[in-house]
Design a protein around this ligand. Structure first.
Ligand SMILES: *Cc1c(COP(=O)(O)O)cnc(C)c1O
Length: 400
């Protein structure tokens, strides 16, 4: 196919030139005396991204799924009770992983499209008078449905009940794209992966553990080896790793952090919000709905667009991919055929969003959906144009 292919899936995201060039480096000795000059600042700078002062960042060669495993295996013991809300494919998979690690999972099933049900979590925790529940799992941004949950509200609820459970949060598709506050929200382990907001290839699980989580890790009896926080922390303190780290990805992370800080995290969040809002205007102009039910939980990194009930969204995905070289996200699990997802995360700008919108529009028209040609693209353009006066500062970042 001539010309660019367009990647608009909610991970992996587009890797900017500066990150790709940084990764293209010769191999070097990860036990060299000056290796910590690369690694120690990475750990310090990651604290800014997680918004933590005393939390400890970890980097494992793994995808986000490995990060989930690190979070639960370091802080819990077989037989421990954990409470999890399930409202999409990712919260479901993490819950399933807990079971396989012999944790006793109490699951609250919520209709997909809704956010973490704080009231229902509260009811279960309130009834837990013996304080047997050791951890609460929350998926901050459910990538399958395009729903962002209120982690701060979960923390307020835990504090109001004075419940000591750890708060373990999947921030894979939110951290570095959407506001995330490890310390303010009292998050005990935050899990992220390199291929979403960090704009890198997959391969680094990026985590952060609170002091409370590190203390829990000393008591936790779950079997762990590769993902052991203690061994990793000992080596990291000196700037090294217990086994061979993916050195080139560490260079990529350096470039990624430099880019995030040059734009400014608040500007990064504002850009994601603006791009997402343009996509949402397009969806409304098409006369379609988002999978996300409540406007306050609309995700700024991914939008899941619901197609009419008698229609298979896979047709749209096929045409977009084969005819226009546009990769959109499919519906996962029970949403297969029901939605297509537009990822607007990471190294993304207005014209990239418009490409995804225009491509979705073409594919929907060709698939026979009764939408008006150009309606979504025009609605997004109107929004981006009208919003332009807010962005004098960001403009420099987009251009540079
Ligand atoms: C992408 C993602 C993951 C991790 O998936 P990997 O493919 O293992 O990186 C976990 N949770 C959420 C919410 C995600 O979006």
């Amino acid at each position: 196919m001539a010309g660019f292919r367009t990647l608009s899936v909610p991970g992996p995201t587009n890797v900017p030139e500066s990150v790709r060039c940084a990764i293209d480096a010769p191999m070097e000795d990860h036990r060299a005396p000056d290796f910590p000059r690369l690694t120690l600042p990475l750990f310090e700078d990651l604290k800014q991204v997680f918004k933590t002062r005393h939390g400890r960042p970890f980097l494992f060669a793994a995808s986000g799924t490995g990060g989930w495993e690190a979070a639960i295996s370091n802080t819990l013991s077989p037989g421990d009770r954990v409470l999890a809300a399930r409202y999409g494919q990712f919260s479901e998979l993490w819950t399933d992983m807990c079971r396989r690690h012999h944790l006793e999972v109490e699951v609250i099933d919520t209709e997909w499209g809704h956010a973490a049900p704080v009231d229902e979590l509260e009811r279960v925790l309130e009834a837990d008078t013996e304080r047997g529940i050791r951890a609460v799992l929350v998926c901050h941004n459910e990538t399958a449905t395009g729903v962002t949950s209120d982690v701060a509200a979960v923390r307020r609820m835990l504090d109001a009940l004075d419940h000591p459970a750890l708060l373990l949060v999947d921030g894979v598709s939110s951290i570095a794209s959407i506001d995330f506050r490890m310390d303010d929200w009292g998050v005990d382990v935050a899990v992220c992966g390199s291929q979403k907001g960090f704009m890198m290839p997959a391969g680094l699980a990026v985590l952060c553990a609170s002091e409370k989580a590190m203390a829990a890790a000393e008591r936790a009896a779950a079997p762990r080896c590769y993902f052991d926080f203690a061994a990793m922390a000992r080596a990291n303190d000196a700037g090294y790793f217990p086994c061979t780290p993916p050195v080139t990805l560490l260079y990529g992370l350096r470039a990624s952090l430099d880019r995030l800080f040059a734009e400014g995290l608040d500007n990064v969040f504002a850009r994601h919000h603006r791009l997402a809002e343009g996509v949402r205007r397009a969806v409304a102009a098409w006369g379609l709905e988002l999978c996300a039910r409540a406007p306050r939980s609309y995700s700024d990194t991914v939008s899941a667009v619901v197609v009419p009930a008698d229609f298979d969204a896979r047709k749209v995905l096929d045409i977009a991919y084969h005819r226009y070289g546009l990769s959109l996200g499919g519906g996962l699990s029970r949403l297969a055929g029901r939605v297509f997802r537009i990822g607007h995360m990471g190294d993304f700008n207005e014209l990239m969003a418009l490409t995804a919108i225009a491509g979705s529009e073409l594919a929907m028209l060709e698939a026979g959906l009764p939408i008006e040609a150009g309606s979504g693209t025009a609605a997004a353009q109107d929004f981006y144009r009208g919003d332009a006066h807010h962005q004098a500062v960001d403009l420099q970042c987009v251009v540079s």
